[in-house]
Design a protein around this ligand. Sequence first.
Ligand code: FAD
Length: 200
Amino acid sequence: QAAREVGSVQIQNVASIAGNLCNASPAADGVPTLLILDAEVELRSTAMVRHLPLQKFILGNRRTELQPGEMVTAIRVPKNAATGASAFVKLGARRYLVISIAMAAARLTVEGGIVGNAAVAVGSCSVVAKRLLGVEAALRGLPVDHALATAIQSAPMVELSPIGDVRGSAEYRLDAAREIVVRAVLDAAGHMPTARVAAA
Ligand SMILES: Cc1cc2nc3c(=O)[nH]c(=O)nc-3n(C[C@H](O)[C@H](O)[C@H](O)COP(=O)(O)OP(=O)(O)OC[C@H]3O[C@@H](n4cnc5c(N)ncnc54)[C@H](O)[C@@H]3O)c2cc1C
């Protein structure tokens, strides 16, 4: 879902996910998606191979942990993080070829109609995309129904510190982030066999 939202078909035909991460743009659409999958990057040089969790690899705007002589040679998703159902929602000023104002990715695992685990991340609302730990905690243990949207509306999102720029004010980004988190979570929940969530 996220890859289909990166740039245009021409960009998608040549771009790599590794390049998306190494670019370290706050608006990189691949980052929130891989954060909810607990991804780690494999960094390889002629001297050594090392692995870093994605959240430790991207340090800031256009800054990564990449050392001279290293390149990203793999992105690994642990098997237990590829469980449940997930969804990605991108907000841009137009439908196509657009830099994200905000984007959200969500992954839920559900047992017996109750959320077991929740992973939620938002990009373009902080220097580096962030997992929203308060939202994740608020979702765990809830029934898969309207309670999900209600919980997100009041959950803390202290990880976000958006800037205002030509694409949107900081206040707009914060409001929009909460809304697209609701949409991503409901979309992920809608992929659950036991989901009973009405459209937002
Ligand atoms: C018109 C346009 C629209 C775009 N729209 C979007 C968008 O909507 N969403 C989005 O997220 N991005 C967008 N981008 C940014 C970019 O194209 C994507 O992030 C893309 O995924 C980058 O991948 P790439 O392989 O082309 O990397 P490159 O652009 O070739 O490289 C980016 C940086 O990473 C380094 N690098 C690349 N691969 C590796 C590696 N394996 N190991 C170490 N360093 C590496 C390069 O040296 C360079 O510094 C857009 C770019 C353009 C030009």
